[in-house]
Write a protein that binds this ligand. Structure first.
Ligand SMILES: Nc1ncnc2c1ncn2[C@@H]1O[C@H](COP(=O)(O)OP(=O)(O)OP(=O)(O)O)[C@@H](O)[C@H]1O
Length: 331
């Protein structure tokens, strides 16, 4: 049975003084360990939804359950201990050092000094930051944007929470640092299996990171699904338009090699060029653009078959026609 960690049941929410609800009829379930991205335009209610989860605001209607218990019934502090929160530009305390920022919650929880110091070093290493005293004693203004965000994530992980809530965490970073941090959060997720709710208005980021993407539009969920299904089976015109501008070749990046297993050819393996089962399908395209005629596919070291040019064309056609499910594909 699936282990549901978070559930919204017909949740409505607004703000005092507004004559309309910002979120309407929000219902969903999230399984422990899922990486969920929440995608939507500015003002669609993404931040409001995150704030409901850790009780920074309360719903006007409906129920929110965390690990099967209604969150309104416990103490907010108790709940927040289980929920790391990361916001854009890290939100570090400017008057505190790096180490003090990371140790905020352990100190509140009265951990002993040795345990706190050990945890700070562990988290700095985990986030690929130096553990030298000089670095730990720096203040946020002495850090780059990327370093600040890494410290912000370390702080959110300090008490080993069950859920990580991330509100546009990489929105203010340059493209290269952003890509780096995306890779790292993905790796952290794979290593520690934390449940992550990650707000973004960047379509590519949502698709790259999310096991499932929740698309919000004007306070309602228009679709909550796996990335490839958003493209192949859009639940309405809004979602279709969201991905419409992408060329079929770009859409290859939304799929894994394994999604095209039905196109693999059996026979001789060619060790000249190879890709792994879970890699993005566009890596096959890259190999072919570099002149490879055949690309071999491996799954945990086992040869699964190969792709040739024609297979790639078929893959692209399948995406263009959005007909892979009918054509016998796995999607
Ligand atoms: N404290 C508040 N009081 C009144 N209205 C608010 C408050 N906070 C947010 N809103 C309104 O609620 C709506 C949703 O805001 P929210 O911040 O959840 O959107 P968002 O999707 O996260 O947007 P963005 O991508 O711009 O951060 C907006 O219309 C906003 O103006």
């Amino acid at each position: 049975m699936q282990d549901i960690i978070l559930e919204f049941q017909n949740v409505e929410a607004g703000y005092p003084g507004l004559n309309r609800q910002i979120l309407r009829n929000i219902s969903f379930r999230i399984v422990k360990g899922e990486f969920i991205t929440i995608l939507g335009n500015s003002g669609s209610g993404k931040t409001t939804l995150l704030k409901l989860v850790n009780r920074l605001i309360s719903p006007d209607g409906g129920r929110i359950l965390f690990k099967g218990k209604e969150i309104a019934q416990g103490k907010p502090e108790q709940l927040r201990k289980n929920m790391g929160y990361v916001i854009q530009q890290a939100g570090l305390f400017p008057h505190m050092t790096v180490a003090e920022n990371i140790a905020v919650l352990p100190k509140v929880l009265k951990w002993d000094k040795k345990a706190i110091n050990g945890r700070v070093d562990e988290l700095l290493s985990m986030m690929k930051l130096p553990t030298a005293i000089e670095f730990k004693n720096r203040h946020p203004w002495q850090l780059s944007g990327g370093q600040q965000q890494r410290v912000g994530i370390a702080r959110a992980l300090s008490t080993d929470p069950d859920i990580l809530l991330m509100d546009e965490p990489f929105g203010a970073l340059d493209a290269v640092t952003r890509k780096e941090l995306q890779q790292e959060i993905k790796q952290l997720h794979l290593t520690f299996g934390k449940t992550i709710l990650f707000v973004t208005h960047d379509r590519q980021e949502a698709i790259d990171l999310g096991d499932r993407v929740m698309v919000l539009n004007d306070g309602e969920i228009c679709q909550f699904d796996e990335p490839r299904r958003l493209i192949l089976h859009p639940a309405g015109d809004a979602i279709r338009e969201l991905f419409h501008a992408d060329t079929a070749l770009k859409k290859l990046s939304y799929f894994k090699v394994s999604d095209f297993a039905d196109l693999l050819r059996e026979g001789q393996e060619d060790k000249g060029s190879s890709v792994e089962w879970e890699m993005p399908m566009e890596t096959v395209l890259d190999c072919m653009l570099q002149g490879q005629k055949t690309v071999s596919v491996y799954r945990e070291g086992k040869y699964m078959g190969s792709f040739q040019h024609g297979d790639l064309i078929q893959a692209v056609d399948g995406i263009e026609n959005q007909g892979r499910s009918q054509a016998g594909g796995r999607v």
